[in-house]
Design a protein around this ligand. Structure first.
Ligand SMILES: [Zn+2]
Length: 367
């Protein structure tokens, strides 16, 4: 027997969410307080920002709404799973563009097993749809152990994937994914990961041989995961581009010459304070009237990074504007050379990562 009590109800507009890195859309003039030069904060009725925005959405079908047939069918199937105590949700091939927030209702499912109650092991099969983004509430369903998202239009897997601690199988092949977040490495039960094919995956073989280092050899029949290659540090565009690629200088020398601050910028720290803030619609209207558009954009970005836990990969704090990034290629689960992105919030976090990489490089050269 499985039981569930419905959690809070959320709605969102399907054309308001997206997966791309840039997060701002111009205002669409839906409110008389808004002028064309303000930001759409995209607040839902729970005072949460609804996810990534991008200008792509403005080109999406305006007739597309939250109540498409596919959404209605999906909501019905979720409700039926809960009623029938069935932990397997099958929503393949529906043309679904947004996973409805009702999916969060599955988080309270329990099953009666051998005389006691235990959490249901939920399996979600959503292959062959048109999903571009996963709703943040999906990651509150900690009991998900199988998540099949094959054949969708996902551009990224958000950092908040770390919350799915019971995930054993994840299938994300045939999407638009370029790289996985470092948090994927922290899923303790993940055993089966299917990444390829993904046409846009950043493959090591396509990289300039001077842009990465080998830090570990492949070990046949190795059980654990191995980080085998790392890219050079890619400094953010705010740090002068002339210094960015000098192959004869080490990343540490470049960091030194750029005088990278060891601590995050004050603006970054301020935005970090905002990232989990519950904004009200009236507040956003006030902001639109009273604060500069650049600040509005930064605040929106902070809220969106916060809701998806896009963090610095060293200190694990939400990072709105990383000062640098790097890529790593891992032999991970059964997959070879899976690209994983590292973001860094400050010079100190870059240094911690570089120390580790240099240590591995030294060990490579001594054996
Ligand atoms: Zn950091």
């Amino acid at each position: 027997m499985l039981l569930s009590s419905p959690s809070k109800v959320q709605t969102y507009q399907s054309d308001d969410i997206q997966t791309s890195q840039m997060t701002i859309v111009p205002d669409r003039g839906s409110d008389s307080d808004d002028s064309e030069s303000t930001v759409d904060f995209n607040i839902n009725n729970l005072n949460k920002v609804n996810g990534y925005l991008s200008s792509d959405n403005l080109m999406s079908d305006p007739t597309q709404s939250n109540d498409t047939d596919a959404t209605i069918v999906t909501r019905g199937r979720i409700a039926r799973c809960i009623e029938e105590g069935n932990p397997k949700l099958h929503i393949e091939n529906l043309g679904l563009t947004v996973l409805p927030d009702d999916v969060e209702d599955m988080k309270n499912m329990v099953c009666w097993n051998k005389g006691r109650l235990s959490a249901a092991q939920i399996e979600i099969y959503a292959a062959q749809n048109k999903l571009k983004i996963l709703p943040p509430c999906l990651f509150n369903v900690e009991q998900i152990c199988v998540l099949s998202l094959r054949g969708n239009k996902l551009k990224k897997i958000p950092g908040i994937i770390w919350k799915m601690k019971n995930l054993t199988e994840l299938s994300i092949m045939n999407n638009d994914i370029k790289v996985l977040p470092y948090q994927i490495l922290k899923l303790p039960k993940l055993t089966n990961l299917l990444v390829r094919p993904n046409a846009n995956l950043i493959e090591l073989r396509d990289q300039d041989p001077h842009s990465y280092y080998c830090i570990a050899n492949a070990i046949p029949n190795q059980d654990g995961d191995i980080r085998r290659y790392v890219s050079r540090v890619k400094w953010s565009h705010r740090i002068t581009s002339a210094e960015r690629t000098s192959p004869e200088r080490t990343d540490r020398e470049i960091a030194h010459s750029l005088e990278v601050s060891p601590v995050p910028k004050l603006s970054e720290l301020a935005l970090r304070r905002f990232c989990h803030y519950d904004v009200t619609l009236s507040e956003t209207k006030l902001w639109k009237r009273t604060i500069p558009i650049y600040t509005q954009r930064m605040v929106t970005k902070a809220l969106q990074k916060g809701i998806y836990d896009e963090c610095c990969s060293v200190c694990d704090k939400v990072t709105v504007n990383p000062i640098a990034k790097a890529l790593e290629w891992w032999d991970f689960k059964d997959q070879t050379l899976v690209p994983v992105r590292r973001n860094f919030c400050c010079g100190n976090c870059v240094k911690v990562w570089l120390d580790d990489v240099e240590d591995k490089l030294e060990r490579m050269s001594s054996c």
